[in-house]
Design a protein around this ligand. Sequence first.
Ligand SMILES: Nc1ncnc2c1ncn2[C@@H]1O[C@H](COP(=O)(O)OP(=O)(O)OP(=O)(O)O)[C@@H](O)[C@H]1O
Length: 226
Amino acid sequence: MLYSLKNVSKIISTPQEEIRILNSVNFFIEKGEMLAVLGASGSGKSTFLNILAGLDSPSSGEVFFEDKNIHALQEKEKNFLRNKEMGFVFQFHHLLPEFTTAENVAMQAIISGMKKSEALQKAYELLEMVELSHRAKHLVTTLSGGEKQRAAIARAVLLSPKVLLADEPTGNLDFKTGEQIMQVLTNLNKEKRMTLVMVTHNREIANQMQRVVELKSGAFHEQKMY
Ligand SMILES: Nc1ncnc2c1ncn2[C@@H]1O[C@H](COP(=O)(O)OP(=O)(O)OP(=O)(O)O)[C@@H](O)[C@H]1O
């Protein structure tokens, strides 16, 4: 098991109301799974993803990543988990404009202590996988939206994380480009056995994943099981 959520609740208090995003949820994600989390705007998808990333804490209950109780870890251990075991892809990719595509992909690994030549070598391999090697030496600002998203995916997987957490990775892209991104994500899952957790409000995109759950009124409803 990669993730185990045990009796997890998440309540957000605002001056107007208490929003119950997760209501005593027991939920499991297997290693190698391709999971889509569907839900209406405001249902709590991003909050759920942030909890899986250790960036947000549940109000009660426990979230295990393998055998580690994420929210009981020291900040340093949590950072280690995030850097080494998890990869992130968001709708807005935060690439560094003054660097080339390959440098952007390699940067985090270099900061983590990998030799620059090795990190760049890996970056080139991954750019090939996402069909972007012809743009490796171009400034990242010259890439199209879909190309930037593929570069962001290559960056997220350079350190071979166990899981890729993706928040609306096709959100601001046209249909065809969105399909390309889904293909890249599917290949990563197949070829590297990388677990994939993607949140989206798009049912058509979600249905391309093996397992689909819908987050609604604080509970997960299984929509599709492989
Ligand atoms: N820090 C916060 N303070 C107050 N309210 C918050 C906070 N974070 C989230 N919320 C509220 O919690 C609810 C869930 O937010 P979340 O962003 O997780 O939903 P979502 O399903 O990802 O939505 P969308 O699809 O629109 O991105 C929303 O009503 C949001 O306004």
